[in-house]
Design a protein around this ligand. Structure first.
Ligand code: SF4
Length: 163
């Protein structure tokens, strides 16, 4: 897996202050994508041990609420194995920190991935320029959903974290 950036004390990509991992690779090709530089799966730099240490050092800090995995698409087919292993490791090492995940895939297509049950919130769906709304919380267009993962899996239906 490769990545472009790790941003710290981020307030724009989930509840609280978060560390955000911006993963390389996306094949959704959304019109007016905010971050097309992240589309290339060969872009950015390798997510190596030093990068992981940097991410985990942020999660050690008491004021950091958790991690947000964004991109690009962390669930690009070529990222899934590594992102799954990362989610497993974070949930083991930092059980009291929340994991948010942004993906261009719809919830129904990814809810059965084994590591999704360890994620707290999924923001799903492609960005649709015609449905863009800057007033929305944690999402760019109204088709996207901010999904509370645990109750959604329990109920077998989407439960929104917020509207
Ligand atoms: S899913 Fe996100 S990163 Fe990928 S093309 Fe759409 S807006 Fe851009």
């Amino acid at each position: 897996m490769r990545y472009h950036n790790i941003t710290k004390d981020d307030m724009l990509n989930g509840d609280g202050l978060r560390v955000v991992l911006w993963v390389a690779g996306c094949n959704h090709n959304c019109k007016d994508c905010h971050n097309p530089v992240t589309w290339d799966i060969r872009g950015g730099i390798p997510f190596d041990q030093a990068a992981k240490d940097e991410l985990f050092a942020e999660l050690e800090k008491p004021h950091v609420s958790g991690v947000t995995l964004s991109g690009g698409d962390p669930l690009h087919p070529d990222n899934r194995e590594d992102i799954g292993a990362l989610i497993d490791e974070i949930s083991q090492k930092f059980p009291y920190k929340t994991i948010w995940l942004y993906t261009g895939y719809q919830w129904e297509a990814i809810r059965d991935l084994p590591y999704i049950k360890k994620v707290d919130v999924v923001v799903d769906g492609e960005f649709v320029a015609a449905l863009k709304n800057t007033q929305l919380h944690w999402r760019g267009s109204s088709n996207q959903r901010v999904i509370d993962v645990q109750p959604s899996l329990l109920r077998g239906d989407v439960v929104l974290h917020c509207k």
